[in-house]
Design a protein around this ligand. Structure first.
Ligand SMILES: [Mg+2]
Length: 340
């Protein structure tokens, strides 16, 4: 599952680190003419190190941050770096620097990427890169981002990019998957736990297997109205939740289509088979699943009000409305990217 900002952690960090303020190195302003010319040749253009800003989520850990900054400085002292301590600071960083840099590399998990996309999905002249540092790293895995800063900077310098779809789920951005039912039950349980590690996550999954009950829902998609009892209703932009849990093995993040995955209730003994199929990318073959490609939008009505976006637990009041955003986010095309 994706993992976002850990509120408790970053509030502590804000208290202790607020006095240190922001540290931005090598800020370079561009002229308007220079800017216009760049837009014309976006997909051809190489990115210089002075036009890259690396934004680090402190959840990576203090030691890790020092290590990352050291590595970046060793590669090139011209690359700017900044540590943000909470969502407000991240917003300020984008607002103050969006015109100053061409490429923004975020260091964090899906939650960090999700936040960054708020400021980049309508900016086709900007480039997003990811150094994965979360627990699930679904988006980074899908787009071929590895943990090597060196190869990430090299790929960013190359300037090759891929336009990735973004979904809107009740007005909030979604990059990997959203949904209600079993997966959101797990996300809500996981949030209550002290530790956000894999062990805690597995414990949440096992507990949910015993406690969770299927739910009624109505899905309105195009002309079709689907009523039923479900184990899970998932909306996918990419193939996975994170950690290579491939809920929708045929999804592509750049085809302008998202997938509706309807999971019927299944007997308890199917759980281990479901989990094995999930990680092997074989869920397409399960008789309990139905996949519906959606071009524009859909609405879900249900008494089950808990859902998740990229693994982050949420609740809704009335309906769940999902739309394909016409704006896309321009992402660094890594050498490991599986999409054209
Ligand atoms: Mg797609």
């Amino acid at each position: 599952m994706g993992q976002g900002w850990d509120c408790a952690l970053f509030y502590n960090k804000t208290v202790t680190l607020a006095s240190t303020g922001f540290f931005i190195f090598n800020t370079t302003l561009k002229s308007v003419n220079d800017y216009d010319l760049r837009i014309l040749n976006l997909n051809m253009q190489q990115i210089e190190n002075k036009d890259i800003l690396v934004i680090i989520n402190p959840n990576s850990g203090k030691k890790q941050i020092t290590k990352i900054i050291k590595k970046i400085n060793a590669l090139s002292p011209n690359i700017s770096t900044i540590v943000t301590h909470n969502i407000e600071e991240l917003k300020n960083v984008f607002q103050l620097n969006i015109e100053k840099y061409e490429a923004f590399i975020v260091v964090g998990g899906d939650g960090t990427v999700n936040e960054a996309i708020k400021y980049l999905h309508h900016r086709s002249d900007k480039l997003l890169g990811v150094l994965p540092a979360g627990s699930g790293n679904g988006f980074a895995r899908e787009l071929g981002f590895k943990k090597s800063i060196k190869s990430l900077i090299r790929d960013t310098n190359n300037g090759d990019s891929i336009n990735v779809d973004v979904l809107s789920v009740n007005g909030k951005n979604c990059i990997n998957a959203a949904g209600l039912g079993f997966d959101s039950f797990v996300a809500h349980d996981f949030q209550k736990r002290d530790s956000r590690g894999l062990k805690s996550y597995i414990f949440s999954v096992i507990k949910s297997m015993f406690v969770f009950k299927p739910f009624n829902a109505t899905v309105i998609v195009d002309e079709e109205i689907i009523k039923g009892i479900f184990q899970m209703i998932t909306i996918t932009n990419t193939r996975q939740f994170g950690n290579n849990a491939l809920i929708s093995p045929l999804s592509k993040p750049n085809d302008g289509i998202f997938e509706l995955v309807l999971v019927e209730p299944f007997p308890f003994y199917i759980y281990p088979i479901f989990i094995i199929q999930l990680f092997l990318g074989l869920l397409k073959e399960s008789k309990y699943l139905r996949y519906i490609p959606v071009k524009n939008s859909l609405t879900i009505e249900s008494g089950c009000k808990k859902y998740h976006i990229d693994g982050e637990p949420k609740t809704f009041a009335n309906n769940l409305s999902v739309k394909m955003l016409k704006d896309k986010v321009r992402v660094v095309k890594t050498e490991h990217c599986r999409y054209q």
